[in-house]
Design a binder for this molecule. Sequence first.
Ligand code: MN
Length: 202
Amino acid sequence: MANSLYDGDLPDSFDAGGSVAIDTEATGLRFVRDRLCLVQVSAGDGHASLVRIEREQSEAPNIAKILEDPSILKIFHFARFDVALLYKTFGVLASPVYCTKIASKIARTYSNQHGLNILTNELLNLELSKEKQSSDWGSGDLSDAQIQYAANDVLHLHGLRAELDRILEREGRAELAAACFEFIPARAKLDLGGWPEDVFAH
Ligand code: MN
């Protein structure tokens, strides 16, 4: 299915269903210096919607509605970063959230590799290209390769969640994972507020 590209916000008609996969691309990884460029979302139906965000843009009502809707689970990979960046940009703290990276760390204790490509390859038997991971996301004119890369980052999160939940349940670790997910919005606030280190460390 072709991906959809929008400017500024999702359309009113976007139906997130009960859970939506979300990813973001930015000009870099520092919250003070860098900015949100792109928000990718997928309802888990094999289709991705990509929203270009303008410099200085501080509102996206349809995206915000999904982020704060308590009945919609937001699935991220490394939610800590996306949740912080979305909060910094739109002033909305995503909740409830699920993080496939945290889920993997708690479920897949046989591995120390928890990158998105590793997970999609091992759990879904898919090979994804990481070729456009580092690229100019602030460009008003995204290439087809950039669009495909950005879409891929959300298209498989529902599938990964299902596989990871299976392991978490089997090993009796689902509650521990859920408690970690619940902490993510606070972790994002700590990052933005200047506590980048682990506050649980000695
Ligand atoms: Mn991404």
